[in-house]
Design a protein around this ligand. Structure first.
Ligand code: AMP
Ligand code: MG
Length: 351
């Protein structure tokens, strides 16, 4: 299959109408289109067409019990898809839609089992990214999309990442530049009596608590589950975000972290090692192989660059990677959730 790549100017909608019409034709004839959102690039198909949705699983090599998120371009499109929208769900929608938050509702029959991974619930998101909104609106149907990467690899935050993973396996990529937040959406289950955070993201737990003070947190958000335990977001059980390298997180005060990583570098001096560091620490390492992920003063920069840095580790062929750890408050909860998975929960705590 030839993958067509079309570049849009996110600031100029009028110019792009022809591109959205071409993308909509692909979707409406059962094809796959990768598109930018404010979180990561999504791999989209018509969420109401089970046969089309199946192609997403094939292209990504994704297990079929890992459901997708149905993306809409206006809140009015929600009512046809879900049952029982609770008052707290409405409050969360009002506070955070459009934006990087996904809500899980009881599904209506119109949602095929391929989209919901066989569950009786469906995850829905109204993205804020203008390119995503125009694309979905042009299609005239909800767009089922997981992240547009090969299953298990870091999520794509650039069209070039999608091309690297999926060129020749999907019909089209809409290149709308880099993704603002860079981590997949926050997922909140609102299908029960009390909302539950299933996956942390750029809408933080602290922000959610302002709207839903009684929100609970699924165990899979914080750490590794025991044998036999199941996360409520099926995707959280799979290995994720992994570069080819063996990744270790080192967490403690900045000084201790740098010292410990330098001694680990010495221990592994015969291997191709890399360090994922921050603006504040980048000059402290005894190696040239330092990737700067962002600034500790501006953790949102760390979130935005995280997947790009994990992909760079593969590009440079690192076999061993040491990455600095971060406090698990605010956006740090989502950053550490992704890093822990990338590291297979391999973490050295210094304090
Ligand atoms: P991705 O954006 O690639 O991470 O894929 C979508 C994520 O949403 C996966 O982690 C799924 O497990 C999660 N998800 C989708 N639908 C549901 C649902 N009905 N209940 C819980 N989690 C869901
Ligand atoms: Mg994904």
């Amino acid at each position: 299959m030839k993958t067509t790549i079309l570049t849009v100017d996110p600031t100029n909608t009028q110019l792009n109408n022809e591109i959205y019409a071409k993308a909509a034709e692909v979707i409406n004839t059962g094809g796959l289109v990768a598109f930018p959102t404010e979180t990561v690039y999504g791999l989209g198909a018509n969420a109401l067409d089970g046969t089309a949705v199946k192609k997403i699983y094939e292209a990504k090599g994704r297990p079929s019990d890992n459901p997708l998120i149905a993306h809409i371009s206006d809140i009015s499109e929600l009512y046809a898809l879900v049952k029982d929208i609770s008052p707290v769900a409405q409050k969360l929608m009002k506070a955070f839609w459009p934006g990087p938050m996904t809500l899980v509702f009881k599904k209506k029959d119109i949602i095929p089992k391929e989209t919901s991974g066989g569950l009786d619930t469906v995850a829905v998101r109204f993205p804020e990214n203008r390119v995503a909104q125009h694309f979905i609106a042009a299609c005239g149907v909800p767009i089922a999309a997981p992240s547009a990467n090969t299953s298990g690899k870091p999520s794509p935050t650039r069209a070039s990442h999608v091309e690297f993973d999926l060129d020749g396996k999907i019909d089209m990529i809409i290149d709308g530049g880099h993704c603002e937040f860079g981590l997949e959406s926050t997922i909140v289950d609102v299908s029960g009596d009390v909302p539950c955070l299933l996956r942390p993201g750029s809408v933080t737990l602290e922000m959610l608590k302002e709207i839903a003070p009684d929100i609970t947190v699924d165990k899979a958000v914080l750490g590794k589950l025991n044998e036999g335990e199941r996360p409520k977001a099926p995707g959280m059980k799979y290995t994720h975000y992994s570069p080819d390298a063996n990744v270790t997180i080192v967490r403690g005060s900045v000084d201790k972290t740098v010292k410990e990583i330098n001694s680990l570098l010495e221990e592994h001096k015969n291997e191709n090692c890399g360090v994922i560091a921050t603006e504040e620490t980048k000059d402290g390492y005894n190696t040239k192989n330092v990737l700067v992920i962002g600034s500790r003063k501006h953790p949102e920069t760390i979130a935005a660059n995280l997947f790009k840095m994990l992909r760079k580790c593969d590009y440079y062929g690192y076999k061993v990677v040491f990455v600095e750890g971060f406090p698990e408050s605010e956006i740090g909860l989502a950053i550490m959730n992704r890093l822990k998975k990338a590291a297979g929960y391999n973490i050295i705590e210094l304090n």
